[in-house]
Structure formats: C-alpha cells, structure tokens
Write a protein that binds this ligand. Sequence first.
Ligand code: TMP
Length: 236
Amino acid sequence: MEKLELLYEGKAKKVYATSDPEKYIVSYKDSATAFNGEKKGEIIGKGEVNNLMSNIIFQLLAKEGIKTHFISELNERETLVRAVSIVPLEVIVRNVAAGSFSKRFGVAEGIELKQPTLEFCLKDDALGDPMINTSQILALSLATPRELERIAYIATRVNEVLSNYFDTINVKLIDFKIEVGRTNNGEIILADEISPDTCRLWDKETGKKLDKDRFRQNLGEVEEAYQEMLNRVSKF
Ligand code: TMP
C-alpha cells in the first residue's frame, strides 16, 4: 500500500491517503510537545515506540471485542488503519489523581480515586483543548446521545482491559486519553494511538514514571522510559 497525499499533520503523527478510500496510513514522528505546544522537543525513537506499542495494544483490545482502526503494521513507524473521521473529543479516563486533575481539584498526585472518572475535552489546539461536558457536546452536535453512550462504554472497557494488562507487566495505569472515529457506515471505533504519549504509566514497585511526564516535567531518561515500556509490552 502506497502513501498518497498528506491529509493531516498533527504534533506527533502524519496521516496519508492511500489508493483505497477506506484506508489511511499513519506515520509516527519523534517530535514531542507539551502544554498545548508551548514546550517542544524531540524524543529519539518515540515514533517507533508509539507505533509498535499502540499496535500491540490495539490488537489486544480487538481480542477483547473492542473495535479499533488498526489493520496492519507496515514498518516500524507506519501503520495501515481504517479511514475514520475523528470525533473532535479527547476522552480521558483516570484511576489515580495526576496532571490537570490534581491541579484543577487540588488533589495530590498519586491519590487513588474511589472510582474511575471520565472526562471530555474539545479537541481544538487554538482553544487549548478546553474541558467540555456531555450537555455541551450534545448542544454542539459533536456526537449524538447514542454515540456518547458508545464512547463512554468504549472508554470504560479500554480502562478495564488495559488496567489488568498493564498490571501483568508491573505497570499501574494512572490515566489515559483516547480518541474515537466514525467509519463511513457510522460506527464508532477506537482510533488515534495508545502509547506513553497518551497514558500515565507508573512502575508498580518503584512508582517510576514511564511516560511523557518525563518530558513534560524534565525528569530525564525520557527515551529510556519509552523503550522500557515497549520492552515490557513486547515481552508479554
Ligand atoms: P491531563 O492530566 O494533562 O489532563 O492528561 C490526562 C491524560 O491524557 C494523560 O494520560 C495524558 C493524556 N493527554 C494526551 O494524550 N494529550 C493531551 O493533549 C493531554 C493534555 C493529555
């Protein structure tokens, strides 16, 4: 399958058309941003780690009955995916307080939440991805009530499956962000990526951060943490 025109370039990936209108090629970059693009850098090898890790996870989720855009891995940085139109929402699930949740609600990082939380942000860089609630999503026709139900179900299932899975490789799933897309027959499926860019992942024993917070917070050993996550996921 050949890459045709560049359809979209985001902060971490490029999406290309192919000769088949039902399929796109995603190409992962090493570039990293944080705080809505304010902090910019490069994490050497990140494109490969995120591509390979995301593909392993999407295949695992598929086995659990969660439909994803994954079709086949083309090479270390590129994957063939089902063409979808991305629902402009960042869907965030949290098990433990961290990041913007800790900041917004004044809850110390690391506090276990009594139950997982589900939150939505509008995917709009110019607006800084503001939080949005379900009535606002419906009022703006960003999703239908049925789609929202489906999105919440997918997010909850992904959390269950991945929390258990990461536990077996000695990692605590603190929180994560997913994106979903509409196929051309109107089905909502999991899209984008699941990687150390989009999850908080802490070593179960030491609490060491094995995710993009190492870059966000200048903690060092950024590349090593990404490689460590890929090693653990690959060995499973
Ligand atoms: P937050 O605590 O900064 O809101 O992030 C929650 C989760 O979402 C965390 O695992 C990182 C992920 N995330 C993204 O994947 N993309 C983003 O743009 C942001 C802000 C967070």
